[in-house]
Design a binder for this molecule. Structure first.
Ligand code: ITT
Length: 195
């Protein structure tokens, strides 16, 4: 069995990636060791930050490393919080509150937004592959649902007519930014014969 190391400190990402890749029976998908020092996310794009995180960890461990950089881009805020989604406020509840306050004057039809996820694969300091996924939706007026994490309770998914936090893990992985980027990764593995 080969190991795929997830270069993340976010357990929700780990859960979603492990569920999405459960069909890759040759691979054991595990979180990076807690001893890996964190690296500052100095990039200005999702893919730059995903590469930073993947390469950093891959200089310390021998196995293949996968990193995810993701966030919420709100059209009425010129794409913010974007790569700063995690740094927007201290907790999920405060991040949601800040966004809802900023969007209070914005009408329903202008509350469009997208979740974006960049993935990077690296080994021994070199990038092997990058991919991106995106899902379009709308910022709901109030939080709804208890699944998922982060901004999920205020992200309304038109295809389901529910918020992301009202979707099951299977539904979220089918349509989400991360799920779509992971579907690309599976195709890459299949194409490169690494499946
Ligand atoms: P790592 O860098 O350790 O992977 P992180 O949570 O800091 O963990 P990011 O820097 O990529 O990850 O920040 C992503 C933020 O964007 C995350 O903390 C959420 O606030 C938001 N986000 C990303 N994906 C999301 C999702 O599927 N649902 C809800 N919010 C999401």
């Amino acid at each position: 069995m080969r190991k795929l190391i997830l270069a993340t400190t976010n357990p929700n990402k780990v859960y979603e990636v492990q569920s999405a890749l459960a069909g890759l029976h040759e691979w054991q998908v595990v979180t990076q060791p807690a001893t890996i020092p964190s690296i500052e996310e100095t990039g200005t794009t999702f893919v730059d930050n995903a590469i930073l995180k993947a390469v950093h960890t891959s200089r310390i461990v021998d196995d293949l490393v996968l990193a995810d950089d993701s966030g919420l881009c709100v059209d009425a805020l010129d794409g913010r919080p974007g790569v700063y989604s995690n740094r927007y406020a201290a907790t999920d509840a405060e991040r949601i509150q800040r966004l809802l306050t900023e969007l209070r004057p914005i009408d329903e039809e202008r509350r469009t937004a997208a979740f974006v996820c960049a993935l990077a694969l690296a080994q021994r300091g070199s990038v092997i592959w990058t991919g991106e996924g995106r899902v379009d939706g709308r910022i709901h007026q109030a939080p709804k649902g208890t699944h998922g994490f982060g901004y999920d309770p205020i992200f309304f998914v038109p295809e389901f007519q529910r918020t992301m936090a009202e979707l099951t893990i299977g539904e979220k992985n089918r349509i989400s930014h991360r799920g779509r980027a992971l579907q690309e990764l599976v195709r890459h593995f299949a194409g490169s014969g690494r499946l």
